[in-house]
Design a binder for this molecule. Structure first.
Ligand code: SAM
Length: 408
């Protein structure tokens, strides 16, 4: 591979903003990739993937390069040199790369790889938390979470079949494969920009990880039901729920951020979905009005996101250990409050994209032991670990509300 100056500089500029200005990697990249209209998909892929790689391996590369934060531009180039050397890429003779100590880089890599926090490039607090929560399993999970994520599509059955999407993308030379056990999923053989395809623009599919596609399946909504997606965000799972209902019945998508709900409505139009109603949660009244009104409620709760580090490697640098306690408290509050919207004999699914038992199975256990959870019966749960599934880490539990309730 030959390194192109403008692509390397774009990568360094992106890293400067992510590391030194505390900006979010996806937002920074979105802007960087608009910079040069002449860039083809390979060029854009190089900038995006290299930036994500360097974010993922920040601690390891900084340690090998012997540089400290905040990273000056020369130091970002030193880290880039580590990346290129370890990938076996020939370092060009640019002034930024003078005297690259190739041998020393490899030697330091071998030495540092013996220590997990360096090998897996994670902060000490995260390693301690992982061990505390997952014990011996942590080693495998954090290694799996450092792999690059696959691009997975969820076909929208209201518009197309899996076969149609596969053929349409194949015409664009984008190879895909079905995934056993995931009826609407197609995984890309190689990363590609699928957003410019007509199939995407016409709502034939959404990009959604395979594990995430299991959530609506567990909720199992039926046409004609009233279903509430209480933490809908921009609607990844709402769209799936509505499509499983064949546009029949009513899906209420709620969130505390209006901009996310606006995006959800835009996506619903593209998907040809018209049974979704959005409601902004701007007071407790919004929830009270819906008490015991839903056949099924999904709480796709805010969480640490530790199951999706593959996709958001910068979150390990932006998160801090106090966040876990705050989020566990928030999850308990949401369970207590939003579970009231389930009708007697209705279903509640609680889901997170975390792999920590304290946000998942322990959270559900505590809910069932509290006054607010006493009307629910545990049905089943799925603990999806990234090492076993190859996809994102997820947790989901199905609870059934008991027939008689004295609540109101
Ligand atoms: C895990 S994300 C949801 C992702 C979304 N369901 C999807 O599939 O794309 C959690 C969502 O909860 C929202 N949220 C945070 N606090 C909330 C609250 N108190 N009530 C409802 N939603 C909340 C966040 O804005 C965020 O969109």
């Amino acid at each position: 591979m030959r390194l192109h100056r403008n692509l390397v500089f774009a990568t360094i500029d992106s890293l400067h903003e992510i590391f030194n200005e505390d900006k979010q990697a996806d937002k920074v990249l979105k802007n960087t990739l608009k910079r040069d209209k002449r860039w083809g998909s390979r060029d854009r892929g190089f900038v995006a993937e290299t930036t994500y790689d360097m974010v993922r391996w920040k601690r390891l590369y900084a340690e090998i390069a012997e540089v400290k934060e905040p990273f000056s531009r020369p130091n970002l180039f030193r880290m880039f040199t580590v990346w290129a050397t370890l990938k076996g890429i020939k370092i060009p003779e640019w002034p930024q790369f003078e005297n690259t100590p190739t041998r020393r880089i490899k030697g330091r890599f071998d030495e540092l790889s013996k220590v997990r926090v360096m090998r897996e490039s994670i902060p000490d607090w995260l390693d301690e938390l992982g061990v505390k929560e997952l014990g011996k399993k942590w080693d495998k999970e954090i290694a799996a979470l450092n792999q690059q994520a696959d691009v997975v599509l969820r076909v929208n059955p209201l518009k197309a079949t899996v076969e149609q999407v596969k053929n349409e993308l194949s015409d664009l030379e984008i190879g895909t494969d079905p995934i056993k056990g995931y009826p609407y999923a197609l995984v890309l053989r190689e990363r590609a920009n699928v957003f410019t395809s007509d199939a995407f623009k016409n709502g034939w599919f959404e990009v959604q990880d395979a594990s995430s596609q299991k959530v609506a399946a567990l909720l199992d909504p039926k046409p004609g039901m009233r279903v509430i997606d209480a933490c809908a965000g921009a609607g990844g799972k709402t769209l799936h729920i509505a499509s499983l209902m064949g546009n029949k019945g009513n899906v209420i998508a709620m969130d505390i951020y209006n901009n996310k709900l606006t995006e959800l409505k835009r996506r619903a139009r593209r998907n040809g979905i018209h049974n979704i109603e959005t409601r902004l949660i701007d007071s407790t009244k919004v929830i009270k009005k819906l008490i015991e009104k839903a056949d099924k409620v999904l709480i796709d709760s805010p969480c640490t996101g530790l199951g999706v580090l593959k996709r958001n490697p910068d979150s390990k640098w932006k998160m801090n250990p106090d966040f876990l306690e705050t989020i566990i408290q928030k999850q308990a509050e949401l369970l207590d409050s939003y579970s009231r919207m389930v009708k007697p004999e209705g279903d509640l699914v609680y889901a997170t994209c975390s792999i920590l038992p304290s946000e998942n199975q322990k959270q559900v256990k505590k809910f069932l032991a509290r006054e607010e959870g006493k009307n629910f019966t545990f049905v089943k749960e799925e603990i999806i670990l990234p090492s076993a599934s190859g996809f994102d880490g997820f947790y989901m539990a199905l609870l059934k509300k008991n027939p008689s309730t004295d609540e109101k």
